[in-house]
Each structure stands twice: as structure tokens, then as C-alpha cells.
Design a binder for this molecule. Structure first.
Ligand SMILES: Cc1cc2nc3c(=O)[nH]c(=O)nc-3n(C[C@H](O)[C@H](O)[C@H](O)COP(=O)(O)O)c2cc1C
Length: 320
């Protein structure tokens, strides 16, 4: 077998880092059993012909690959920006309960019997029309027989080894534009953490300073707690704790007449530096295009032992 020159391989992977793709869960079920895997290599092939077609590339050693070959059906669930935990579970980055990846979310079963992620952005059910092995991966071409949609959500995007969501350029997310006088707050020297910490897997839009125009709103340090019942949620899961914390922050800001777009300063408290990437990645999806200034600290403990992250926010209610 001819193997790729190692330098070519590295350059190829480095180049591909800069592409952006949707994140999908490819699933199957049938005589070979149920299996699923996180896949960014999913592409439409043709909308015309007997049926529309798409392709997915799955590593030949993945149990999902063997199962699709035998089951001859697969499902593609395109994830929304709130579903990165499903991608991490099916990529083996988060330990699944009882080693069963399917316990991380709810499913619907399609007409072909394949499980599809409930509330995914889009789902396709496919019969395998063709498959071929190229290098380490099998390419499966699927004839699409059922398509489901969910509106009002943004896709989860994977680029530069980090998750994000799309931002419209015309909405003024360009840092140069943000320094101008025509925006509500002046974000000074905006940057993204993937440039300032290239060795870390981060993607946070931040600024060195913010000149805010409006009435200030100070929030108590928020944690993964139900604000109505005071129940602590998601013990030992830093991603879900961050998500609940950001949900609380969003809700409180809206109650104050502000919103996440007007966050000017954040302070992040972690109980372990190892949570940094996951916490910042999740927080980054909520504050994409906002560019607050940020301080991060590791503390020996928070007020309750189950809390792993606390986030403090200062925002403004913008002047008319
Ligand atoms: C964002 C993302 C995209 C991925 N895309 C693919 C892909 O297109 N094809 C693939 O075979 N693996 C892909 N992977 C890797 C697999 O999900 C990962 O190797 C997984 O652990 C395989 O699990 P399995 O061995 O149980 O099948 C991707 C992982 C992530 C996090």
C-alpha cells in the first residue's frame, strides 16, 4: 500500500483546519445493531435523479462504518448551535452514561428505523446507494428518502478545531466596523482567542476594553442553578453548567431591559483550569460577535461543591 508522505498529510490537515463545515450525527440501525458517529464530512451530491443524494465519509474502523455497510441505511442529523454536547459525545470527547452515546439526548425513529436527533436542525434518512473506500474512510452515497427541518435555529459550525455559529457580515460583526462611531458601544482592540491562544482550542470574541453608552446592569455571579427552585443542575458537567449559567444571564439581562449583545465585561471563575476550553467554547457560542472584555480566574472552590463555573457579567441598557 502506498502511504501519504507525512509532510503532505500534515499540510493537508493544516489546510483543512481553515474550512468550515456543519456538524452531523450519522446514525444507523438494523440487523447489525445501532451505531452513531460525529461527522463533518457530509456533502450534498445532487438534488436531481431518482432521489436527491448526499455523501458522508466515515472512518473504516468506526463501528458505525461496519454497521452502515450491513444495515444499508443511515440517518444524518445536522446539529444546531445548542447541540455541541451531542457532537462531543458521539466523537468520544465526553464520556457517555453507561458507555451508551445514545443516552445523551432524545431521538425519533425514522421510517427506515434509523434514530434521528430530536430537535436537530435538519435530518435526512438515506438508503446506501453506493460505497467505496478511499484511504482510511468509507464514502457512503445515500439516496435521501425523508427530510425534516426545525426552523429558528442556527447550525453548529466546526472550523479551526472549534465550534461556532454563523454570523452575518452585514450585521456589523467585522471588528473594524465595531471600532467606528456608528455602533452603540465602542469595543477597543477586538480580537479572537483563537489568534491570541493559538495553542488552545478556543474561539471567543473579546476586546481589550469597552466604552459603553447606557445605564449599567450588574449581575450576581451566575452558576448552573434553577433560579426559581435554587436546585443545582448538571453536577460534574462543565459544558452543561456553562450553558445553564449563560441561559440565566440571558434571562436576567432581558428582565433588566438589556440583552447579551450589550455585555461589556465578564469574569469567569473556574474550579479547575482543565475546564477552561470547554467552558470558554460554550460561552463563546453565546457571546459570538459581542466582544466583551474578560477576566478568567481559577479558584479553590465556589459556594457549593458541585459548582464548577461561575460567570459574572456587567452589561448596559443602551441609550436610544
Ligand atoms: C467536529 C468533528 C467532526 C468529525 N468528523 C468526522 C468525519 O467526518 N468522519 C469520521 O469518520 N470521523 C469524524 N470525526 C471523528 C469521530 O467522530 C471520532 O473519531 C469518534 O470517536 C469515532 O467514534 P467511534 O470509533 O465510536 O465510531 C469528527 C469528530 C469531530 C469532533
Amino acid at each position: 500500500m502506498v502511504t501519504t508522505d507525512n509532510r503532505d498529510r500534515e499540510k493537508f490537515l493544516e489546510g483543512m483546519r481553515y474550512t468550515a463545515s456543519a456538524v452531523n450525527i450519522v446514525t444507523t440501525d438494523g440487523s447489525a445493531g445501532k451505531a452513531g458517529v460525529t461527522v463533518s464530512a457530509m456533502t450534498p451530491v445532487s438534488a436531481d435523479g431518482d432521489k436527491p443524494t448526499l455523501l458522508v465519509c466515515v472512518h473504516h474502523l468506526s463501528p458505525a462504518c461496519k454497521a452502515i455497510l450491513e444495515n444499508k441505511v443511515f440517518g444524518v442529523s445536522i446539529l444546531s448551535q445548542k447541540q455541541s454536547f451531542i457532537a462531543d459525545t458521539f466523537a468520544g470527547r465526553i464520556q457517555a452514561e453507561g458507555n451508551d452515546k445514545f443516552t445523551c439526548t432524545d431521538w425519533i425513529i425514522g421510517e427506515t428505523g434509523v434514530p434521528l436527533v430530536l430537535n436537530s436542525l435538519v435530518s435526512f434518512e438515506c438508503h446506501v446507494l453506493e460505497n467505496t473506500r478511499v484511504g482510511s474512510h468509507h464514502i457512503f452515497i445515500g439516496g435521501v428518502q425523508n427530510t425534516g427541518f426545525q426552523e429558528d435555529e442556527l447550525p453548529l459550525i466546526y472550523s479551526n478545531r472549534a465550534y461556532g455559529s454563523p454570523a452575518s457580515i452585514s450585521m456589523g460583526k467585522d471588528p473594524d466596523y465595531m471600532e467606528g462611531d456608528s455602533v452603540i458601544h465602542q469595543r477597543i482592540r477586538p480580537f479572537n482567542t483563537k489568534d491570541t491562544y493559538p495553542e488552545q482550542n478556543l474561539n471567543n470574541d473579546l476586546s481589550q476594553g469597552v466604552v459603553a453608552k447606557g445605564t449599567m446592569v450588574f449581575l450576581r455571579g451566575q452558576v448552573s442553578q434553577d433560579l426559581e427552585t435554587r436546585e443545582s443542575l448538571h453536577p460534574s458537567n462543565p459544558i452543561l453548567q456553562t450553558r445553564k449559567t449563560m441561559e440565566n444571564i440571558k434571562m436576567l439581562l432581558e428582565e433588566a431591559g438589556s440583552d447579551l449583545d450589550h455585555v461589556c465585561r465578564i469574569v469567569v471563575y473556574l474550579t479547575d483550569i482543565r475546564y477552561r476550553e470547554e467552558v470558554y467554547q460554550e460561552m463563546g457560542t453565546w457571546l459570538k460577535g459581542v466582544f466583551p472584555c474578560s477576566t478568567g480566574l481559577v479558584v479553590s472552590s465556589l459556594a457549593r461543591p458541585e459548582w464548577l463555573v461561575e460567570i459574572e457579567v456587567t452589561a448596559v441598557i443602551p441609550e436610544e
